[in-house]
Design a protein around this ligand. Structure first.
Ligand code: NAD
Ligand code: 89Y
Length: 344
């Protein structure tokens, strides 16, 4: 049997708890070291493993001491360029959480550095690995609804996101960076690249630094129109967090994404409903289960790609397409004009 790949996790905060649980379920990898500026967080993380990993508070010391096959970086975006640069300088393959970087220029610098060094770099973009979106993609690929003509991806909630992720109060590029990146990646995954982006942003909650709602109109290269609507200030009963709802229409049918991970399909195979099942992992819980399942699938995809020597779906190179749309959305919101991401 091939030995498991040895990995380290840098960043042991809120969302990293899902990464630790996820790594325990991934085949072909083991975590040998954890690192956080806050020693208590790294120690707590180490205690969650049956074979406790070594503990670091300094990423440079971690890379100097450990022989690693990969590093996982679930820290916030402003730290990514320095940490990815460190990993690349040690020729250690990286999976880094979304948002990839705070702007397109930073994303391009990270992608170029990894490319020049021949070091694999993947963005942990997990929504497309949710079983629901794998099923949706399979239906589109099979031609169930014909050529897509329209899609709406909707994320509207009023959960108190600020308790678990307090840095979001101070983030100037907020809603589009935090959840918009997931929706833009999904739109590219399902409908292909966008050549026109129009966006309007709103700040509804008082006292935060950035936008907490955004509506983005996409013109896709194949001719389809896409709408992405996002809000952290949408008061609903029941609150659908963290579900992405919406619909896709094609020349021969449609697929609705309803609450409860239900697809309503009218297509070449007739009309029917499908409910998407969870993976049944004992450590997942509502309302996060849909995202938690996708964390493990994202990590497994990274490990499988490393072992096979193939480019992962959300490689740095591919993700530049997502972050060009992000940049275009902010530029559109600032100017009131539609922007072609290819011009940025
Ligand atoms: P957090 O602030 O709770 O955790 C980040 C941790 O990184 C902190 O403990 C901090 O001390 C540590 N850290 C920062 N710089 C470091 C460095 N140089 N060396 C070592 N440790 C360092 O943040 P979070 O809420 O866990 O979010 C982390 C990332 O995960 C964000 O980018 C967020 O957008 C993303 N996220 C993704 C999803 C998803 O579904 N994919 C969900 C939630 C959060
Ligand atoms: O930060 C967000 C994300 O990426 O997924 C869910 C989240 O944690 C809160 O909406």
């Amino acid at each position: 049997m091939t030995a498991p790949l040895k990995g380290a996790v840098i960043g042991c905060g809120f969302f990293a708890q899902n990464h630790f649980a996820g790594w325990r379920d991934v085949a072909g990898a083991e975590i040998v070291a954890v690192c956080d500026l806050d020693r208590a967080r790294a120690e707590a993380a180490a205690r969650t493993f049956a074979a406790p990993p070594r503990i670091y508070t300094d990423a440079a010391a971690l890379f100097a001491a450990e022989a690693l096959d990969f590093v996982d970086i679930p820290t916030t975006m402003e730290t990514h360029e320095a940490l990815v640069g460190l990993a690349v300088s040690h020729r250690v393959p990286v999976i880094v959480q979304k948002p990839f970087g705070p702007n397109l220029a930073a994303c391009r610098r990270m992608a170029a550095a990894a490319d020049a060094a021949g070091v694999p770099l993947m963005v942990h973009e997990d929504f497309r690995f949710q079983p629901l979106f794998r099923r949706l993609k399979a239906l589109l690929t099979a031609g169930e609804i014909g050529q897509p003509t329209f899609a709406r991806l909707s994320w509207r909630t009023a959960i108190d996101v600020y308790s678990n992720q307090p840095y979001l109060v101070h983030t100037e590029r907020f809603m589009i960076m935090d959840v918009g990146v997931h929706m833009i990646d999904l739109a590219r995954f399902l409908l292909g690249e966008a050549e026109s982006v129009f966006c309007r942003t709103q700040q509804i909650k008082q006292g935060i630094a950035g936008e907490d709602a955004a509506t983005i109109l996409l013109g896709h290269r194949g001719g389809a129109t896409g709408i992405i609507d996002l809000s952290y200030a949408a008061h609903r009963d029941p609150d659908p967090f963290p579900q992405t709802l919406g619909e896709i229409e094609g020349e021969a049918g449609s697929i609705l994404i309803l609450p409860g991970e239900e697809l309503v399909i009218k297509g070449r195979g007739g009309s029917r409903r499908e409910r998407i099942a969870h993976d049944g992992r004992p450590w997942t819980s509502e309302p996060w289960r849909q995202i938690q399942d996708s964390v493990v699938r994202t990590q497994q995809h990274f490990v499988d790609a490393l072992r096979a020597g193939t480019e992962p779906e959300t490689s740095a190179r591919d993700s530049l397409g997502t972050y060009a749309v992000v940049e275009a959305a902010y530029a559109s919101a600032a100017t009131g004009r539609a922007i072609d991401p290819a011009t940025l």
